[in-house]
Design a protein around this ligand. Structure first.
Ligand SMILES: Nc1ncnc2c1ncn2[C@@H]1O[C@H](COP(=O)(O)OP(=O)(O)OP(=O)(O)O)[C@@H](O)[C@H]1O
Ligand SMILES: [Mg+2]
Length: 289
């Protein structure tokens, strides 16, 4: 797979702050991968996503060193239109980005700006509305719907533009449990489509881990770990020190492993279905069906 995001020695400091928010960041992301980003508060997750989206340095003042390349071109050299066709970022607060009277207008606004034909707009609108399950909200006001629905509309707005890179910054942090599940359902569908590169910062490791191919841990403005998701969660002590808990089923399997109930080489599960598959034989060995 081709590397489509490349960050080289990136340093970023917001104006009026003492500390650099991003320090010595080097990162490569391959096309169609799903990257999870975790870390305690104020460690640089949002800044990293903003740097990839080009919001840093285009919409903030500060000191910028190094570079971020999307498809080999520095984001610094792209204008907002070019950036919008390459990368989309969904924030945790969906309302902040609404401007239109109806959900449908909200979705088509960006597309009209870029100059797509009516049939292309219709096709993108239908796809984005269907995958985010908002078809019955299209004629409603984006301010008149629930928090979870607003977030799905915000995601649909980014999807309608169909950028190859889609990022979400804590997309479920402000919505109720059912709403959260629907957001993860959308992420699962996008992953299964294998048409986008997905980068998601999220505190809900339980839901994120089964989806992510790779995980990044941010601490004090640096990427302190970047590994396959399974490797990442096999050192829970280190993660705990950084305030990150692995998925419960991974921890449980690791405990069984540690206590000698499982063969040492057992591949740890990241979600319950997998965990059940390898724990079942343990019960069956003891005659429990
Ligand atoms: N607009 C800004 N202006 C000045 N400093 C900022 C700005 N945004 C973030 N920072 C600072 O940059 C550092 C990294 O913040 P960032 O928001 O990237 O972290 P985060 O990991 O996303 O945190 P959280 O989990 O709270 O969302 C922090 O010290 C923060 O105070
Ligand atoms: Mg943040």
């Amino acid at each position: 797979m081709e590397t489509i995001i490349e960050i080289q020695n990136l340093e970023w400091k917001y104006e009026n702050t003492k500390e650099f928010a991003l320090k010595g960041i080097n990162l490569q992301v391959k096309e169609h991968s799903f990257v999870g980003v975790v870390g305690a508060n104020e460690q640089g997750k949002t800044s990293l996503l903003s740097a990839i989206s080009g919001l840093i340095p285009h919409s903030f003042n500060g000191i910028y060193r190094g570079q971020v390349l999307l498809f080999g071109k520095p984001v610094r050299e792209m204008d907002s239109l070019e950036l919008a066709t390459k990368v989309g970022l969904v924030f945790s607060d969906p309302e902040a980005q609404f401007t239109a009277m109806t959900v449908e207008e909200e979705l088509t606004f960006g597309l009209e700006n870029i100059g797509y034909s009516l049939s292309e707009i219709k096709e993108r609108l239908e796809w984005a509305a269907q995958i985010t399950m908002i078809e019955d909200l299209l004629d409603k006001s984006p301010y008149d719907i629930s928090g979870g629905q607003k977030q799905r509309v915000a995601i649909a707005c980014v999807l309608a533009m169909n950028p190859p890179i889609i990022m979400m910054d804590e997309p479920t942090s402000m919505i109720d449990p059912l709403g959260k599940r629907l957001i993860f359902d959308i992420l699962r569908k996008l992953k299964e489509e294998k048409k986008h590169t997905l980068i998601v910062a999220e505190h809900n490791v339980e839901q994120l881990a089964p989806l992510a191919d790779e995980m990044i841990l941010m601490s004090a403005g640096q990427i302190v770990r970047h590994e396959s998701t399974l490797e990442f969660f096999t050192n829970p002590l280190y993660l705990r020190e950084q305030g990150i808990l692995p998925p419960e089923c991974t921890e449980y399997a690791q405990w069984l492993n540690h206590e000698g109930y499982l063969p040492i080489e057992t591949k740890l599960p990241l979600e319950f279905e997998e965990a059940v598959k390898f724990i079942r034989p343990l019960f069956e060995k003891r005659g429990v069906k």
